[in-house]
Design a protein around this ligand. Structure first.
Ligand SMILES: Nc1ncnc2c1ncn2[C@@H]1O[C@H](COP(=O)(O)OP(=O)(O)O)[C@@H](O)[C@H]1O
Ligand SMILES: [Mg+2]
Length: 365
């Protein structure tokens, strides 16, 4: 699952376990981040993302396991000696210090000369586009500007690893998207290994070199965004990343490379090649999970595809794409087609088709 990075990782977590009181919240995590790589830690609230980040920063102590940075075991090294740049959701800027002093704070702590601090602070403020704001107090800045200051401060000491905990959660949608681009630009420029915590799957898909999907203290999938979306390793990753329709089916035949199932009200058996998280049994109910981008609306059948006759119930023109809704086996299904394709009228009959390689058979729950 993980790319080979023999001795080449900037950061490595080895079987890291953490608990609060008697409760284990991080359950033996293995994660490597390559130099310059941007890895998102993605999962629902309470799954242990912040705790993992705090373990790396040294703000929490693991019960067991190791944290290695550039080949050096930092597990027992205090936070101020770890060379980490940290950005939290609430900025945590010093309210009584101006922007320049906030950015230079880490360098001051490291007793750098004032000439060096001044030069680095200017460089960092230029990089985040706040060269003209050096004398302002945090209270005199917008949310986006404060987050840029926090980023400049985290990077000013040239950390080995950059850690960000939901840094854009408080920003509005538009600003958030701008800051996402900005962060990637700066992160690439500095080529700093980064862990970015988020519960927002779109943010993780858009920004990451790799995503680590977290659920209840364990990583349930690690990989490139496209791979995780197209071929999730776990039922949790399938559900959490990208929505899908889950059609009720009955398992009719289990072959060597495929399973055939029946959708209520349809004669043709549907072929599925992937099963996630359960053992199908002939005659038993299950669900066929399909993503809306896997389904195409066609007029004619194709031997590599499953096809299902449907009647278009609704359509929504979204500009570059059009979203069609129809009924399959009594369940509403959506398909997104490029608007340049032939337009299909509401209540028209058509075929909903998808590749036999697409879709997953999952438990009924
Ligand atoms: N300081 C703490 N003391 C006790 N329990 C905590 C503390 N911080 C977090 N937890 C618990 O640990 C679990 C993981 O929390 P956290 O790492 O903050 O999750 P996330 O960042 O994914 O939302 C949650 O159940 C949370 O309630
Ligand atoms: Mg958190």
């Amino acid at each position: 699952m993980m790319p080979d990075m023999p001795n080449g990782c900037a950061l490595e977590l080895r079987k890291v376990v953490a608990s609060y009181g008697g409760e284990t919240v991080v359950k033996g995590i293995d994660l490597s981040v390559a130099p310059g790589e941007f890895v998102s830690l993605l999962g629902p609230s309470g799954c242990g993302k912040s705790t993992t980040l705090r373990l790396v920063a040294g703000l929490e102590r693991p019960v067991s396991g190791e944290i290695i940075v550039n080949g050096r075991d930092l597990t027992r090294v205090p936070p101020n000696q770890r060379e980490m740049g940290v950005v939290f959701q609430d900025y945590a800027l010093f309210p009584h210090m101006n922007v320049a002093r906030n950015v230079g704070y880490g360098l001051e702590m490291r007793r750098k000369s004032s000439a060096e601090i001044a030069e680095r602070v200017s460089e960092m403020l230029e990089m985040v586009g706040l060269g003209d704001y050096r004398d302002r107090l945090p209270g005199e800045l917008s949310g986006g500007q404060r987050q840029r200051v926090a980023l400049a401060r985290a990077l000013a000491t040239r950390p080995a690893v950059l850690l960000l905990d939901e840094p854009f959660a408080a920003l509005d949608r538009h600003l958030r998207s701008r800051m996402q681009h900005e962060l990637r630009r700066i992160q690439r420029l500095m080529s700093v290994a980064t862990i970015f915590v988020t519960h927002d799957q779109e943010e993780a898909l858009a920004m990451s070199d790799r995503i680590a999907v977290m659920s209840q203290g364990v990583l349930s999938d690690i990989g490139e965004p496209r791979r995780i979306y197209d071929d999730p390793a776990s039922r949790f990753a399938l559900d959490f990343i990208g929505g899908c329709s889950k059609l009720p089916v009955t398992v009719r035949e289990i072959g060597e490379t495929a399973i055939f199932c029946e959708l209520k009200g349809h004669d043709t058996l549907l072929e599925v090649q992937r099963v996630l998280g359960f053992a199908p049994v002939v005659g038993q109910p299950a669900r066929l999970a399909l993503r809306s981008n896997q389904i195409r609306i066609r007029q004619a059948e194709n031997p590599d595809e499953n096809s299902c006759p449907v009647q278009v119930k609704d359509k929504v023109f979204l500009g570059t794409s059009t979203e069609y809704t129809f009924d399959m086996g009594g369940y509403p299904v959506e398909a997104v087609e490029p608007s340049s394709n032939r337009d299909i009228a509401i209540s028209a009959k058509a075929l909903a088709c998808w590749s036999k390689k697409d879709g997953w058979l999952i438990a009924q729950d």
